[in-house]
Design a protein. Structure first.
Length: 242
């Protein structure tokens, strides 16, 4: 089973999308994915999902959501671990883990002088993104710090990809490399623009970089269109037990 948070939350079982219920159940799964393979206390889960407006039945509702999720996920994935729950995943089951692995390999290639391999690795990592990370939970406090961290990471990877393209542009001198050199030169212009004034602060640099390098390029999706983020509903209506 494949779990995706680099964009709207998505769970896939082979070619089939697993249909999740309303907002709080989806939010619980997203929270567990952000902390995959770590136990989250139920008190913390309640605080993260409801903030200061905690209903009296919050812990019971968490148990209901866990029960529903267990019916959708493979046996042995969602564990009860005092004082709460843990989502157990293999590394490649989560798109974030695949992204970080590709980035680490690409960085190692770049440091070793293998610019073409590095550029390809950075591109493969960026292609895993389907939109802003945890997009549908933009208003949820638990998701905001992680979404901001992941966006900073994505922009840093974009800069490294452009750096790799810049190195390719500097070394691609043979006639057969003209197409690659042209692409690297265009990307390098974006990289240079993003670094022209380090004194303007990271937010301004990020906007300049994205405007220069990603202008006219929407977030990639399998259908070729930009996703429309779905925001979590504040109302739930379900019953069950763990």
């Amino acid at each position: 089973m494949d779990f995706r948070i680099l964009g709207p939350l998505e769970v896939r079982d082979g070619d089939r999308e697993v249909r999740l219920r309303g907002g709080k159940q989806r939010a619980l799964l997203a929270l567990l994915l952000v902390h995959a393979n770590r136990t989250l206390a139920i008190d913390r889960i309640v605080d993260e999902l409801w903030g200061e407006e905690v209903p009296e039945t919050a812990q019971k509702m968490v148990q209901i959501y866990v029960s529903h999720l267990r019916k959708l996920l493979p046996s042995g994935t969602l564990h009860t671990r005092p004082p709460g729950y843990m989502l157990a995943l293999e590394p490649d089951q989560l798109d974030l883990n695949r992204f970080e692995r590709l980035v680490a390999d690409a960085r190692a290639a770049l440091e070793a002088g293998r610019a073409a391999e590095a550029a390809g690795g950075f591109r493969a990592a960026l292609e895993l993104w389907r939109g802003p990370a945890l997009a549908e939970f933009a208003m949820e406090p638990f998701a905001q710090p992680e979404a901001a961290r992941l966006e900073e990471l994505r922009v840093a990877v974009l800069e490294r990809r452009l750096e790799a393209d810049l190195r390719l542009g500097a070394t691609a001198t043979s006639p057969g490399s003209s197409k690659r050199s042209s692409l690297a030169t265009r990307s390098a212009k974006g990289y240079a623009a993003s670094r022209c004034s380090r004194s303007t602060g990271p937010a301004v640099r990020r906007r300049r970089l994205l405007h220069t390098s990603m202008r006219g390029a929407p977030w990639p999706t399998s259908s070729g269109s930009s996703p429309r983020p779905r925001f979590a509903s504040s109302s739930e209506g379900s019953s069950g037990k763990t």
